[in-house]
Design a protein. Structure first.
Length: 319
């Protein structure tokens, strides 16, 4: 069953949870709660991200009420992870040295129980990137994998022994030509759901497949939302910033529930594995995209101003 919001900043937003309707009120309260988590804890996110989008990621986290530390050398991974509340692993510009550092930081975060977010940027673009992603996933358990449709299919196809949950046929996945860091494939809604479920189950994680329609699953539940603004695709790094926002919201949840005295809430959170943190980050990002686009349409401004205004809109949404 699909629930369509009638009074929302997102056109025709869709939400599904185990074939039962998720109420508009529940989701509004969930997003509000996660915004409060961030505001009350001001999380520090260890961002192992790429040089193309590093500054935008840092500024986005500051605008949202958090902060970033961007250590790169393997020799300080353990120390920096200890003073952070979440770890973002973004393999947009991979190298052997970086991947070794990413694995070291991810393992340290797993040991501490900090949320780990993995963004497998352009994983299908080269055999080297596939190898890098495979090494990371063999050594680190991500709490959220945020990716596009092509990246999700590539990760799901790493082990060909079980393809029953894939959204597309195996031969289609093998014959897909990569478009670099942008998705070269277009899954149907049903295929995207199946891919998200399969990816979440395969890696015991929350799978967040973003695009014009976002599909989020923990392997059992599914949440979907559409909307936003197509101009997001004309700004480099919006996917990287979304992954960092997922890390920030997961960190806020982790910190808030770590100091909470509500043991029931802690147990419920553990079972959901940051599903609603990912959803809340995606909802906020869609609102930022939509609001920024509306402002540009009124003012008649171009894509450069869209990039700048995103940070202003994010600050407003997070107030």
């Amino acid at each position: 069953m699909i629930f369509r919001k009638k009074n929302s900043g997102l056109k025709h937003e869709k939400n599904i949870k185990n074939d039962n309707v998720v109420s508009d009120k529940f989701l509004r309260e969930t997003v509000k709660k996660h915004i409060e988590y961030v505001k009350s804890t001001s999380p520090n996110v260890h961002c192992l991200t790429n040089v193309v989008t590093m500054q935008d990621v840092a500024n986005m986290l500051l605008a949202a009420g958090g902060s970033a530390i961007m250590a790169q050398d393997i020799k300080e991974m353990e120390d920096i992870t200890k003073i952070s509340s979440a770890t973002l692993i973004n393999m947009g510009v991979p190298s052997d040295e970086k991947i070794a550092a990413y694995i070291e930081a991810g393992k340290a975060a797993n040991k501490l129980g900090h949320p780990v977010i993995f963004d497998p940027v352009g994983v299908g673009a080269s055999e080297y990137r596939k190898k890098c992603a495979g090494n990371i996933l063999e050594n680190v358990r991500p709490d959220i994998i945020r990716c596009n449709q092509e990246e999700a299919e590539v990760l799901l196809g790493f082990d060909n022994s079980d393809n029953t949950e894939s959204g597309t046929a195996e031969n289609n996945r093998e014959n897909t030509s990569s478009n670099g860091v942008e998705s070269s494939i277009k899954l149907t809604e049903a295929e995207q759901e199946k891919t998200a479920i399969g990816l979440a189950k395969k890696y015991d994680t929350v799978a967040f497949i973003s695009g014009s329609l976002d599909v989020i699953s923990d392997g059992e539940h599914i949440l979907k939302k559409d909307g936003g603004d197509a101009r997001m695709r004309k700004v480099s790094g919006t996917g990287c910033m979304l992954s960092a926002l997922c890390a920030l919201f997961a960190a806020g949840e982790y910190m808030s529930l770590s100091i909470s005295e509500n043991e029931i809430e802690k147990k419920e959170n553990k079972a959901k594995k940051y599903l609603y943190a990912a959803y809340s980050a995606g909802k906020v990002w869609k609102n930022v995209a939509s609001n920024t686009g509306a402002w540009l349409d009124i003012k008649g401004r171009g894509i450069g101003m869209y990039h700048c205004m995103m940070f202003d809109e994010l600050e407003k949404v997070m107030r």
